[in-house]
Design a protein around this ligand. Structure first.
Ligand SMILES: Cc1ncc(COP(=O)(O)O)c(C=O)c1O
Length: 362
């Protein structure tokens, strides 16, 4: 269908890439530091970028590991921390690839329901009391897929539980700098870093293709995960890390983030208002930033076979079930009731038309 509207792609549109600037930075980085950039080595990451990140987050360099995208770092952390019989807790719903990664590493992956202000703390504590997990995986800012942001009170409660019961928390924050309104809430690590692994990446701020992601954690954990990484890929991809370091050195990152926000803000506004207007009976998660709005359709809505019926009228949706880990209590919610609506790669006109089509199916 010529005017098919695609609501599946949680990726930056091609026009968002700073292509010329990145090309200049690649050229400069390769020529300026050839012996390092084109060689094996630097297992914890390209030194200049590691220094820049350490400075930005107020940590020591030995608390920073840069790898080939943050998903690979999640996988390495899971490979290191998950022991036979271990559980990993996530929000419910959660980032589908993270759930898949943790399961592949052998963890029983259990989802704790998410509310508009983040994970349900009482359900989280009940599950932790049943079994202390290897770690809890959270996307506290503009969550993928739901769009929820963890409140300050809940941030404190999560950190308190992690310290009291002794489990790790991954705070995965790739969307944090794409805030379209309101004020930043503190990172979990700024409340107490002792049990926190912070992950982020340049995929949403520069380009996913460069595969530059990073994690911040206590030095011993960084050293252990670095060894797992070295055993897996020998050295990380240094040319892209060096190009990012050069991009930051030139002072280009913040202006690029401002450009992205100017591009995405009208799309975000269009998605928030279209869902409120056309899907009034649904529970709508409308974040202050990021890539996603989501809706939980009412139980009485006609959502059976939704993805296939949407395709027939030129609307491509992601099946909701992929975002659900095992249930902590009772039945798993029907995944088809949950619809993730990424707005960054579609225009406001497409967004309005797509949400109208979705509403017409219910
Ligand atoms: C919450 C979250 N974490 C991690 C990633 C993967 O990031 P990277 O490209 O750095 O591997 C994504 C990508 O969509 C994401 O939404």
């Amino acid at each position: 269908m010529a005017d098919t509207i695609v609501f599946t792609r949680g990726v930056p549109p091609t026009e968002a890439f700073p292509t010329d600037e990145l090309a200049q930075c690649f050229d400069a980085a390769l020529r300026a530091d050839t012996a390092v950039v084109l060689q094996y080595g630097q297992q914890p990451g390209y030194p200049a970028l590691r220094r820049q990140l350490a400075e930005e987050y107020g940590v020591a360099e030995k608390e920073v590991l840069i790898g080939n995208g943050s998903l690979q770092l999640q996988d390495l952390v899971a490979a290191y921390l998950v022991r036979p019989g271990a559980t990993v807790l996530t929000e419910q719903p959660s980032y589908d690839r993270a759930i898949g990664t943790f399961r592949r590493r052998g963890a029983k992956t259990i989802g704790i329901p998410i509310e508009p202000d983040g994970i349900d703390i009482a359900r989280l504590e009940a599950e932790v009391q049943r079994q202390v997990p290897a770690f809890l995986y959270l996307v506290p800012d503009f969550q993928n897929p739901a769009g929820a942001t963890l409140s300050l009170e809940k941030r404190r409660a999560v950190v308190d539980l992690a310290v009291r019961y002794g489990f790790w928390v991954i705070e995965d924050v790739p969307y944090r700098k794409l805030r379209y309104q309101g004020e930043d809430l503190p990172l979990l690590r700024s409340i107490d870093p002792s049990r926190i692994i912070t992950m982020s990446s340049f995929s949403k701020l520069l380009s996913p293709g460069i595969r530059v992601g990073f994690m911040l954690a206590p030095a011993e954990l960084i050293a252990a995960v670095t060894r797992t990484g070295e055993d897996t890929y020998l050295s990380p991809v240094l040319p892209t890390q060096a190009a990012v370091a050069e991009y930051i050195r030139r002072g280009w990152l913040q202006p690029n983030i401002e450009k992205l926000k100017a591009l995405y803000r009208p799309r975000w506004q269009a998605m928030v208002s279209a869902t409120r207007q056309h899907l009034a009976g649904a529970q709508i998660f409308a974040p202050d930033g990021g890539f996603f709005v989501s809706v939980m359709l009412p139980e009485g809505a006609n959502y059976a076979g939704l993805v296939a019926r949407a395709k027939d009228i030129g609307l491509v949706l992601t099946p909701g079930q992929a975002f659900f880990a095992d249930a902590d209590q009772g039945e798993l919610p029907d995944g088809e009731r949950f619809v993730r609506l990424p707005f960054c790669a579609v225009t406001p006109a497409q967004i309005d038309e797509g949400v109208r089509r979705l509403a017409s199916l219910l």
